[in-house]
Design a protein around this ligand. Structure first.
Ligand SMILES: Nc1ncnc2c1ncn2[C@@H]1O[C@H](COP(=O)(O)OP(=O)(O)OP(=O)(O)O)[C@@H](O)[C@H]1O
Ligand SMILES: [Mg+2]
Length: 495
């Protein structure tokens, strides 16, 4: 492509945090109307590169040129105005404001006046009509699904006449159906000449959406490739710098005795009349769309939500946890889908975060046995290969995927008999996913009973001995491993 079509040129960007190099002389060229995937393992530097482009952090070296003009010295606001915007990994909307306010608040009319509320609403209505969006402009953002919140963020960028939108893991919280919609939306933006760079840990999306793919490894740009030059396996090899044979480890399908029985369980209005048995050594998959009630089932089992009718049994005994700590003591572990809600304490370091919520084994006479705590947490950290730049690193500075691993570690330290895993690999890179899968299978082999909730259908099917499909709070089907095809599961999910 001709040099003059180049929209953004990154030249030799380097960045370090307290002496640790994060980006090492990175080069990248982006062209108009192109969808460009940026891939790499957790901690490779993808989000950091985005932040450099947007002026959120300043690189120590290098230059970023947008439309033939250097961006150095410009503030975030200036850069936004020039036409670059970003959809963050954690969404940045104001929950208490309406959809329309989130898109247009603080904006001026063509006449240079501040937009009033009715103008804001009208402009949003027009914008949504143009893009065939069926979202209420007056709804509060806090009442919207993650998928809709994300569309609002994208629409805000569109309304700001962005020419380049950086999307940091835009699909990690979306279900398959929502991803289909998202895909249409970005192709529409592309047809309007808007360029998109997105990060994703899902290879199928990377290959489906993008025109070009760039690979970051350990802060270094490995290269930019056309889709013809790479396939998923070779791309992963470029990401990890070593050979990988398979995306999923092989699972044994032997299962033991019943551990949890759920009979006619309801939790109005989230789900009703759910029945299943979870055995030791079994991975039972819960499939369905976001909002179908899968997470609610996990939450009732863990005492986060109260059942409204039906019964639960744990090893033949009546089981009805009043709260999560009762569930913990009964031998359950729970990995929630939302990292923020799950109580990552950003200011604490990895060890401290891992040992949060630990049981009495660590609490000798009301004080914490710090030595044991650090030892166990350190072992867990290496077992899960949590990559941190330095020891005692604050968790807020870890990459998204590594934060997830810390949470996983926190649960495993309690040695639970039953594990409820809600989207355990969300935002986690391929290599670490493989590690987490291996870990899940090792736990299965030890006889743990595992309830796996995942919107990643290939993952769910590869890992589960049986799959239960939930749609709109109702149990639609139970499929054995051999019977569960993606088509079948989707068909029941969409009922
Ligand atoms: N403010 C900070 N202080 C210190 N280190 C940081 C800071 N922000 C990021 N890092 C480190 O920089 C590295 C790159 O992080 P970054 O978030 O860019 O990775 P990423 O490629 O986006 O990963 P993921 O796929 O997990 O989102 C990581 O090792 C991270 O721990
Ligand atoms: Mg990131």
């Amino acid at each position: 492509m001709a040099e003059q079509d180049c929209l953004l040129k990154i030249k030799g960007i380097s960045l370090a945090f307290s002496g640790t190099p994060i980006l090492k002389s990175v080069d990248l060229s982006l062209y108009q109307g192109e969808i460009h995937a940026l891939v790499g393992e957790n901690g490779a530097g993808k989000s950091s590169l985005f932040k450099c482009i947007l002026g959120i952090i300043s690189p120590s070296q290098g230059e970023i040129i947008f439309l033939n003009e250097s961006l150095s010295g410009y503030s975030i606001r200036d850069i936004l105005r020039k036409g670059i915007s970003m959809i963050h990994q954690e969404l940045m909307l104001i929950p208490e404001l309406t959809v329309a306010e989130n898109i247009f608040l603080g904006r001026e009319t063509a006449q240079g006046k501040r937009m009033g509320l009715s103008e804001i609403n009208q402009a949003t209505t027009d914008l949504f009509r143009e893009y065939d969006l069926d979202i209420l402009v007056g709804a509060f953002v806090k009442d919207l699904s993650i998928a809709h919140q994300q569309i609002i963020e994208i629409m805000r960028s569109v309304s700001q006449k962005a020419r380049l939108i950086l999307m940091d893991e835009p699909t990690s919280s979306l279900t398959e159906k929502e991803v289909v919609f998202f895909r249409q939306l970005i192709f529409r933006l592309k047809s309007e000449g808007i360029s998109i760079v997105f990060t994703s840990h899902k290879m199928d999306e990377v290959f489906d959406f993008s025109d070009k793919i760039s690979v970051l490894r350990d802060g270094e740009m490995v290269g930019t490739f056309s889709k013809a030059e790479v396939d998923p396996m070779s791309l992963v090899q470029k990401m990890v710098g070593r050979e990988m044979k398979d995306f999923y480890p092989k699972a044994l399908s032997e299962v033991g005795q019943a551990i949890i029985r759920v009979n006619d369980l309801s939790c109005a209005p989230h789900f009703e009349h759910v029945n299943f048995t979870l055995h030791s050594g079994e991975v039972l998959g819960l499939s369905g769309l976001v909002g179908a009630g899968r997470s609610d089932i996990g939450q009732v089992l863990f005492g986060v939500k109260k059942k409204t009718s039906g019964t639960m049994q744990l090893k033949g005994q009546e089981y009805n946890p009043g709260n999560p700590s009762e569930a913990l003591r009964a031998g359950l572990g729970y990995l929630g889908e939302d990292r923020k809600e799950m109580g990552i304490i950003p200011e604490m370091n990895i060890t401290e975060n891992m040992s949060l919520g630990l049981l009495d084994a660590y609490r000798k006479f009301l004080f914490i046995d710090q030595e044991k705590e650090s030892l166990d947490a350190a072992e867990m950290q290496s077992r899960l290969s949590v990559h941190s730049a330095k020891e005692g690193q604050r968790i807020q500075n870890l990459s998204g995927g590594n934060q997830q691993k810390v949470l996983f570690g926190r649960i495993l330290l309690n040695n639970p008999e039953v594990l409820i895993l809600d989207e355990p690999t969300r935002g986690i890179d391929v290599m670490s996913k493989f590690e987490i899968y291996t870990l899940i299978l090792a736990l299965k082999k030890q006889g743990k009973a595992i309830l796996l909730i995942s919107s990643d259908l290939p993952e769910l099917l590869a890992m589960s001995d049986r799959v239960i499909v939930i749609s709109k709070g109702k149990q639609m089907a139970e499929l054995s491993r051999d019977n569960a095809s993606p088509e079948k599961v989707l068909e029941f999910s969409l009922h």
